[in-house]
Design a binder for this molecule. Structure first.
Ligand code: 5GP
Length: 149
């Protein structure tokens, strides 16, 4: 049986960031997408990429917005890899609480992986704002160096 579409909460935390009502450490934006630092990063350089289109889960997103989101995810992942030189990069996207989704606006996680460091818990340890700012600046510099800004 097909599941009903998830109802979009206009006041979820990412909707409020997209409307500029709440701050974020932004690394990139264009007409269709926004990327900012995860406030509780699982590793240094953890970025979230969001389509601007309001959709709780991937299933409700238009194909155009999905394409824009994955284009930006690839672009930011390249910059994160350039800035942090991790051993690997995980890219993830969760749909529904049972899958681990905690904020009901579609987003992609870009998580640098370091062979000698365990991941921090999901959405569990807030990072200092000055550290997030410095990491965002490193990624923005990498975007410029790679000609992706
Ligand atoms: P989800 O669990 O929905 O896949 O991921 C939501 C992510 O958003 C988590 O990794 C969490 O740390 C992050 N997050 C939660 N609240 C905020 C916030 O207010 N600002 C930012 N930048 N990230 C947030």
């Amino acid at each position: 049986m097909q599941k009903d579409a998830a109802v979009y909460d206009q006041n979820n935390i990412f909707a409020r960031i997209l409307r500029g009502e709440l701050p974020s450490h932004k690394v990139y934006e264009d007409a269709d997408t926004v990327a900012f630092m995860d406030i509780m990063p699982q590793s240094d350089g953890h970025v979230l990429v969001l389509p601007r289109e309001p959709a709780a889960e991937l299933f409700e997103l238009s194909e155009g917005a999905a394409a824009a989101a994955i284009r930006t995810t690839q672009r930011i992942a390249r910059a994160v890899r350039h800035a942090f030189a991790p051993d690997g990069v995980s890219i993830g996207q969760f749909n529904g609480a049972a899958a681990g989704q905690t904020v009901p606006h579609v987003h992609f996680h870009i998580v640098p992986r370091y062979a000698d460091r365990a991941l921090r818990g999901h959405a569990s340890e807030p990072q200092q704002p000055d550290v997030l700012r410095e990491h965002a600046e490193r990624i923005q510099a990498a975007l410029r160096e790679l000609g992706l800004a």
